[in-house]
Design a protein around this ligand. Structure first.
Ligand code: DON
Length: 577
């Protein structure tokens, strides 16, 4: 598939580069409207795609003020943490995939939360050996040590051009002045209302007289503004040490959590090698462990590479994609966890031999029952998280997926800090074989240990070639990987960026053994045909995901960007100055 795509692109490239040469020379030499920019190095239209218009604007403003893609991404992420408090924030963590155009180099910043030192394998088990689901998802006992503040400090110090006082300014103002409640806020809050009511500080900030606020109600977060200000002024220490840290510890402990001062003071982001796989001229760059996303995505592409899948009619194509997903998610379940704690056989999983072996077991005439593939059971899931994509005028790129896990995370806000804590500890497997919040199970590789990072599905991705660069990612728990896969396939078929984000979705994650799909993904006939192949279909009853994507067509130097129509997001291209 990728080979044929490459051939087409090769031809296109020759034609387009000739055109580009002509148009560039006419533009610089003869165009009377050409006005010199203040930014003389600007070469490429910039763009920001995020899940909220205010956050996208914060990023565009930073680009206009001379910030690079990393500065803009920090501004977007900080703003999302304020105006999308259900999705991500400084009480959570995430993964940042960066492309440095000057060095032609990719970096991956792992700002995943860590288990506190007090946590251990049986942390959530009651005396009778059963998982205490309440402690695993609600309140500070469910919270990992946040990574997001450390990510901001690290990114700004090493890869940004502007100080945090500037890049966090919009978020600080939005926290202080407030933002208006919208329908998404109300619906995500609906999932967590009872738990938010349990914690008076959360109820005070996020509810209106203990109820779901009306649309237009203003949510002000002055304590969060102060915490962000401390982070902006003092960097890492402004959050992980001193008054903010002390306050966090007191509140967490008062409400049943087990954090120590050292847990906070010792938190560090980890720079890891992103996964990079070359298919001819096309390079796929994605998240390494402790995300399962990049490995599963690349395994799926490797398997697909054995087929001319684009030419298949809808039903056989869906069947094939399903079988490919099933096998990648099966490997995910068996092998993946935090690489600093468990040996993850990355090369074996990404090897061509692995794909070839899996492909042998795919039958185009019938679904393979998951349990007939040996191996352990899968786990994972999640309801809310956020993704942002940025490209700047120099071609630097950021693809970042950020999370506090469930909507409104643990629902616990540490009084005096405005920090709403994550419940990312539920991404660990609390007990081998025991379902987590989503009815799914995990194994030893992802068991809890002090300082360990829970396995994630977040899949911030860049697909780069001499002709085009694509930046994409989405929230959606375990479905993140299949969404990024389907989005990437739209791109590989040459479809516009709007199609990547809006494509109807389906998903198979090995177990439960069924195709999960959005209500309108398949026609009645397609459903019947898939069932005849042996697939069980499960309509999830709602749309899912919130993909944010950017495409830079290098040949035309045109940038396009799109926000998932399922969300409230906004994508905007900033033309060359
Ligand atoms: O890291 C993970 O895989 C999950 N905590 C992500 C949760 C999520 O995407 C929820 N989204 N809707």
């Amino acid at each position: 598939m990728l080979a044929s795509l490459r051939r087409q692109r090769g031809l296109l490239r020759t034609a387009v580069s000739f055109f580009l040469l002509l148009s560039l020379s006419s533009c610089t030499l003869f165009d009377p409207w050409f006005s010199p920019s203040t930014d003389t190095s600007a070469r490429i239209p910039a763009a920001v795609a995020s899940a909220h218009p205010l956050a996208t604007q914060a990023g565009l403003d930073i680009l206009a003020a001379g910030g690079n893609a990393v500065d803009a991404a920090i501004a977007v992420a900080a703003s999302l943490g304020v105006v999308e408090p259900y999705s991500a924030g400084i009480g959570g963590g995430g993964f940042w995939l960066l492309y440095d155009a000057g060095e032609d180099r990719y970096r991956f910043i792992d700002a995943r939360e860590t288990a506190p030192a007090a946590a251990h394998r049986d942390y959530y088990l009651d005396a009778d050996g059963r998982v205490n689901r309440d402690r695993a998802i609600n309140g500070p006992s469910a919270a990992g040590i946040p990574g997001q503040p450390a990510a901001f400090a690290h990114l700004s110090e090493h890869y940004g051009q502007l100080p945090l006082t500037q890049t966090l300014a919009a978020a600080i103002q939005q926290a202080r002045d407030g933002f208006a409640v919208d329908e998404k806020y109300r619906s995500w809050l609906g999932f967590r209302l009872e738990t938010l009511r349990r914690y008076p500080e959360s109820a005070r900030i996020f509810l209106q007289q203990n109820e779901i606020p009306a649309v237009g109600h203003i949510i002000r977060q002055p304590d969060l503004a102060d915490t962000l200000t401390a982070l902006a002024r003092q960097g890492h220490a402004g959050f992980y040490q001193g008054p903010v840290a002390e306050r966090l510890l007191t509140e967490v402990r008062r409400h049943g959590g087990d954090w120590s001062a050292a847990d906070l003071a010792d938190y560090r982001v980890i720079e890891r090698q992103p996964l990079q796989v070359q298919y001819g001229e096309l390079k796929v760059i994605s998240a390494p462990p402790p995300s399962s996303g990049g490995i599963a995505l690349i395994q799926m592409l490797n398997m697909l590479n054995h087929y001319t899948w684009q030419q298949l009619p809808a039903v056989p194509q869906t069947h094939l994609l399903t079988e490919v997903m099933r096998r990648a998610y099966r490997d995910r379940a068996e092998f993946l966890g935090d690489p600093d704690f468990t040996k993850v056989p990355v090369s074996m999983l990404l090897a061509e031999q692995r794909a070839a072996d899996w492909v042998k077991s795919i039958n185009m005439d019938s679904a393979t029952p998951s349990l007939s593939l040996s191996g352990s059971k899968t786990h994972d899931g999640g309801f809310h998280t956020t993704h942002l994509s940025v490209i700047d005028h120099q071609g630097n790129m950021v693809s970042a997926t950020l999370s506090i896990n469930l909507p409104f995370g643990s629902a616990f806000t540490a009084a005096g800090t405005g920090v709403l804590l994550n419940n990312e500890m539920d991404d660990f497997s609390a007990k081998p074989g025991e379902p987590n919040a989503y009815g799914l199970v995990g194994n030893e590789a992802n068991a809890i240990a002090p300082g360990k990072r829970p396995l994630s599905s977040m899949t911030p991705t860049i697909i780069n070639s001499p002709q085009q660069a694509a930046i994409l990612g989405t929230p959606g728990g375990s479905r993140i990987i299949s969404m990024v896969f389907l989005g990437a396939l739209e791109h590989l078929q040459g479809k516009p960026v709007e199609d990547w984000v809006s494509r109807p979705r389906f998903h198979h994650q090995y177990l439960p053994d069924r195709i999960e799909h959005e209500p309108d993904t398949f026609s009645a006939d397609e459903q019947e045909a898939l069932q005849a192949l042996g697939h069980q279909l499960h309509n999830v009853g709602r749309d899912y995901g919130n993909m944010q994507a950017i495409l830079w067509n290098k040949a035309t130097n045109r940038v396009s960007a799109a926000a998932d129509p399922r969300g409230l997001g906004h994508a905007e291209v900033k033309p060359l100055p």
